[in-house]
Structures are given as structure tokens and as C-alpha cells.
Design a protein around this ligand. Structure first.
Ligand code: SAM
Length: 292
């Protein structure tokens, strides 16, 4: 295990469960965001995300889930992701130990070929859990979104004693639409399962305050710590793969080199397709031709 630290941000290179057991004290973390391997056969550098059975995957996961609960403050919040097929294992296990406040669906646009003989996967589930449902952080005002119905059509709400216009903003519901991270987005890193900054921004703004500690045991491209830092939170991250550790050292600790190796962002090929320039349309995440 190795540890890197700078200005309230700590990165561990090692196994999530081991590091937590040795390094992270009881009830010391305000917000845990967990996006583990999903047991769907992805390759994460030298790590192959495949367990012999669902039951063995769940057994592995329950160890670090218990550790996450141990290190969470009594007022703390945990967001937990996994594949749609593994989520029932997590949900049944966690609901005995924490209060599950929301079952969130991160719904995204699709690119490339979709399933032809069944309904293709277009979402990932996220559990939103707290230790104490009477005392937890939820900064509703910091995550308001436009309330499309009513306000947009300038309707009047006649249900109360005094008619009034509908609210123009609301707290998001539990279906979240964020585009997946695409090659041409500025935040793109070379990793098979990078989560969008916008997703983490909502989670961190809602469930922590400036100066709080945000923890991510499976950091990948270090989206959580990057966003935590930009929002004035402290962070602790763990990642087992050296290839991705380098992303964290660069993205979070702003290191230019490590052990004599230069830490550089992905060099992207943004040039030419069919002899014509290509521009990136950030909102939809789709490529379109600048000439069209
Ligand atoms: C789903 S990805 C996380 C992606 C991340 N949320 C992001 O936005 O980039 C899971 C990560 O866990 C790492 N990992 C796998 N096993 C691990 C372990 N035992 N301890 C720590 N990290 C591990 C993988 O290398 C991979 O980068």
C-alpha cells in the first residue's frame, strides 16, 4: 500500500478493504460514494471484474460494505452503485444496516449497437442510504433543477386557499439523466467505467458541506475526489490499479510526475473525419459535423 497526500486530499494505492481496515478510523467520514467493479467481466488494467458466482461477488462486497458503514459518521450518507443484476444483493443487505432513502436510476443515452433480442441496458441503479434518517445532510437548495411542468407553462396552482404560480424549481426526483462520459468531453480519461462529473456534483452538493470528508474506495479516474475538491470538500480515495492511480495523482493532487514518469492527460485525436472538421456537442454528448 502507498499513500499520497496534499491539502486535504489523500490517495491510497492498494486494496479497498485492506486500506479501510488499516487506515480509516471509525465514524470519520461524512459521505461515501461507492462505484465498485460490477461483476460484469470488464477489464480494469490488470484486474478482471468477474467472480465465479453472484453469491461470491456478494460475499466479497459485503466485506467492504461493512467497512464503509463502520467508517461513516452517525450523520453520514452512503451512495452505493452496482450492476442492475447485482443490486438486489446489495439492497437486501444494506437495508438491514442503514436507512435507504432513495433508489436512484441514472439513466443515460446510448451509443453504438443496442441489444436486439432483449431490452438493452440504459441505466445504472444507485442506493442513497443514511445512518440516521432523523439526522443527515441534504442540501436541497443546492441541487434544484427547473420544474418543467406548471412553471414552464405558467400554470396557476389552485389547490391551496390562495392560487399561486407553480414553483419554477424543484428537488430532482429519483430518475437522473446525465450523459455518459464521451471521448471528446474535457473530463474524459482512459478508463472503461468513468462516471460523469455532473453525477458526482449532484451527490456531493446534496449530501455534504464544505470542509466535509468524501470517501471513494474504488476511485477509477478519481471523479469523486476531483469534484469534491472543486466544491471545497476534503477527499480520501483508494484505487488498486497503478495505471489509474496515475490519473488521480494528476487530477486530484496536480502532480506532473511520479517516480520519474510524466503524468499527462490523454492525448486526443480531435482532428479530421472524412476530410472535414468535427465538433463536439456537449449537451447531447453526440458528435456532429461542424460543416452540417
Ligand atoms: C467502476 S470503476 C470506478 C470508476 C470511478 N467511479 C470513476 O468515475 O472513474 C471501479 C474501480 O475499482 C478498481 N478496483 C478493483 N478492485 C479494487 C480493489 N480491491 N480495491 C481498490 N480498487 C479496486 C478498478 O481498478 C476500477 O478502477
Amino acid at each position: 500500500m502507498s499513500k499520497y497526500e496534499k491539502e486535504g486530499h489523500i490517495i491510497y494505492h492498494g486494496d479497498a478493504c485492506e486500506v479501510m481496515k488499516i487506515e480509516i478510523p471509525d465514524e470519520s467520514i461524512d459521505l461515501v460514494f461507492v462505484d465498485p467493479p460490477y461483476n460484469i467481466g470488464k477489464k480494469f488494467a490488470d484486474f478482471h471484474d468477474r467472480w465465479p458466482s453472484d453469491a461470491e461477488y456478494a460475499k466479497w462486497a459485503y466485506q467492504w460494505i461493512d467497512e464503509c458503514i463502520r467508517i461513516l459518521k452517525p450523520t453520514g450518507t452512503m451512495y452505493l452503485m452496482t450492476s442492475t443484476q447485482a443490486m438486489p444483493y446489495f439492497d437486501l443487505y444494506v437495508r438491514d444496516k442503514l436507512s435507504v432513502l432513495s433508489r436512484i436510476v441514472w439513466s443515460y443515452d446510448s451509443s453504438g449497437v443496442q441489444a436486439k433480442k432483449y431490452y438493452g441496458s440504459m441505466y445504472e441503479p444507485i442506493l442513497h442510504c443514511v445512518k440516521n434518517r432523523k439526522a443527515y445532510c441534504f442540501n436541497a437548495d443546492d441541487i434544484l433543477i427547473e420544474a418543467k411542468t406548471g412553471a414552464k407553462r405558467q400554470l396557476i396552482d389552485y389547490r391551496g386557499d390562495t392560487p399561486k404560480p407553480y414553483n419554477t424549481e424543484k428537488v430532482p426526483g429519483n430518475v437522473w439523466k446525465f450523459t455518459r462520459v464521451r471521448y471528446r468531453m474535457d473530463e474524459y480519461e482512459n478508463h472503461p467505467s468513468q462516471k460523469p462529473e455532473a453525477l458526482l456534483e449532484r451527490i456531493i452538493k446534496a449530501s455534504s458541506n464544505a470542509g466535509d470528508t468524501v470517501f471513494d474506495p474504488f476511485s477509477g479516474t478519481f471523479t469523486t475526489a476531483t469534484v469534491a475538491k472543486s466544491l471545497g470538500r476534503n477527499s480520501i480515495s483508494i484505487e488498486s490499479q497503478g495505471l489509474y492511480l496515475k490519473i488521480g495523482l494528476r487530477r486530484v493532487l496536480c502532480m506532473n510526475e511520479n517516480n520519474g514518469e510524466k503524468l499527462e492527460a490523454v492525448k486526443k485525436n480531435t482532428k479530421i473525419r472524412n476530410g472535414r472538421s468535427i465538433k463536439y456537442e456537449e449537451q447531447s454528448g453526440y458528435l456532429f459535423n461542424a460543416d452540417s
